[in-house]
Design a protein around this ligand. Structure first.
Ligand SMILES: [Zn+2]
Length: 328
């Protein structure tokens, strides 16, 4: 067998065994429920948003559920959104998975968390995700005075800007409430913010179980069913169970021909979306992200000159694959 044949054999070997393993090899964080320090002064969404059909069209520019449904529900498009973080229990793992699958998401951060974990905000921003404003301390905004609402929103906007240089332009009021509130509408307009709610509640705050989160999202999006229902999915990057579920959600939706988009892609036609995707597909692949040592070795080691005798020796010793991997 000559070297060319051996190379071909190795490539076949890689396609059959290494690459599929790469998809599964990712070490997932523990499925155990992450317990939060008692001082956490906020809780994840515990109520459904208080919206009714009557106000939904009051302003087509805000991404309230009806507007999101109009843009997404009859499509195969999904926007992933993560609230209440950043948090070391979940955000880094979620970022890793999103990068691996080339998915861009929105992180609605809390000012309190931004103060604690500015480096995570930087990571979210550097990975090209969109950072939204989820207020400073997760209070029910309609219960606050005008000045308090302004402070809750401005403080977070300024904190994010101090890290990324940009103030968020999307606002998700805690619990999704207050979008009918005139004072909040006025302040959002003054601060250059648009509401961005959701259409699919993963219920990850309730089902602190990765399988249940996946099932809930699959059911609401019609994954695996005949009729696809695209949507904006509410998740929380504070639970390890959510972090754990993300890869499965992405895999399940992708295998059902769903595409993950960011809010700025919601208005694109299919053709425009495909064109914007083409650019991303040519991004260079980073083997380090695969977590597969053999793939990292094969793709990153410098090429060495291979002597036939060394190949024969390696073959006799039963180390041929390793030899080829190490010597590319
Ligand atoms: Zn929240």
């Amino acid at each position: 067998m000559n070297i060319l044949k051996l190379r071909l054999f190795f490539i076949l070997f890689a396609v059959c065994f290494i690459l599929p393993a790469y998809g599964m090899a990712d070490t997932l964080v523990s499925d155990a429920i992450s317990l939060f320090p008692n001082e956490e002064p906020y809780t994840a969404e515990k109520t459904e948003p208080e919206y009714t059909e009557t106000f939904l069209n009051y302003n087509g520019e805000h991404f309230v559920p009806a507007h999101l449904k109009a843009l997404l529900s009859k499509t195969n498009r999904i926007v992933l959104t993560f609230d209440d973080g950043p948090h070391p229990n979940a955000t880094p793992h979620i970022l890793k998975v999103l990068k691996q699958y080339n998915v861009r998401a929105v992180f609605f951060v809390l000012g309190l968390q931004v103060e604690k974990y500015p480096e995570l905000v930087k990571m979210i921003y550097d990975d090209g995700h969109i950072i939204g404003n989820h207020t400073y301390s997760h209070k029910r905004l309609p219960d606050l005075s005008e000045e308090e609402i302004r402070t809750e929103i401005r403080r977070t906007g300024n904190l994010v800007a101090s890290i990324t240089g940009k103030k968020p332009t999307l606002l998700r009021p805690p619990y999704g409430i207050g979008v009918k509130n005139r004072t909040l509408q006025k302040i959002a307009a003054e601060e250059g913010l648009k509401f961005f709610l959701w259409t699919v509640d993963s219920r990850d705050w309730k089902n602190k179980n990765s399988k249940a989160i996946l099932t809930s999202v699959e059911k609401q999006l019609g994954i695996g069913k005949k009729n696809k229902v695209g949507g904006a999915v509410l998740l929380h990057d504070i639970y390890s169970t959510t972090a754990n579920a993300i890869e499965y959600i992405i895999k399940s939706a992708s295998s059902s021909d769903y595409v993950f988009i960011d809010p700025y892609e919601m208005n694109l036609t299919n053709q425009e979306l495909m064109a914007s995707r083409m650019k991303n597909e040519y991004r260079s692949f980073d083997p380090a992200l695969s977590g597969n040592d053999l793939l990292v070795t094969v793709l990153t080691k410098e090429k060495k000159e291979i002597k036939t005798i060394d190949i024969i020796r390696a073959h006799r010793q039963g180390n041929l694959m390793l030899f080829l991997a190490l010597n590319k």
